[in-house]
Write a protein that binds this ligand. Sequence first.
Ligand code: ADP
Ligand code: ADP
Ligand code: ZN
Length: 211
Amino acid sequence: MGPPGAGKGSQASRITTKYEMPSISTGQMFRDAYNAGESIGINAMEFIKDGNLVSDDITNEIVRLRLHKEDTTTSFLLDGFPRTVAQAIALDGMLVDMDSNLDAVINILSSHDVLFERMEQRRVCKKCGATYHLRFKTPSVDGVCDVCSGELYQREDDSHESVKRRLEIYETKTKPLLEYYSDRGILYHVNGMQDFDKVTEDIFLVLDDIK
Ligand code: ADP
Ligand code: ADP
Ligand code: ZN
């Protein structure tokens, strides 16, 4: 968990590499569906581009279908889901159905100034979703993904206006979830305003401890 731009996606890929589990990113699933011309992605993008949330029904359904795949039986990481209390309640139901449970919720903290800067400088690969930053994580060749040579682009929702809206929505809809998980004793905070490796190190300390 964490506000937009906190580093969830960047850290998710490091976590899933180390602990060998799939990363389930709702934002990435929506963008992939949009880039593939699928109607669910095209409909979702109407909300996403202005910085609004996609409806709980659509989001829960996309996660439910994804969790049904075989690679989630041992472990999995959720990135960007749940984002509302209704989604958290729906997730609890899905976990009961699969006889699974949440071990930890990692909350990546950051200030609004840092978040604005990060999102304005963020570039994403159209093909594989890898994320870059024009100053802190530059690709070897301008505009080209190091991983797959795909084209890098700026997300439409990383415009100043959309970022403002996303931060407002984070405060009102998503932040209340922190209490939901701290009440269960599974919430851990990590300072996201440190460099990539230090954030990763702090997350690994938490996860190694609960394993
Ligand atoms: P989120 O998934 O939470 O929106 P991302 O992982 O996409 O966040 O990161 C947002 C932007 O900030 C990207 O451009 C990324 O390269 C950059 N970024 C992420 N973590 C750090 C960090 N610790 N230091 C500097 N830049 C970072
Ligand atoms: P970020 O963390 O930078 O906001 P994401 O890739 O997680 O980026 O999400 C991008 C957008 O996709 C969100 O602003 C929202 O419109 C939509 N989205 C992603 N996850 C959810 C979710 N769980 N519920 C509703 N909308 C979502
Ligand atoms: Zn790529």
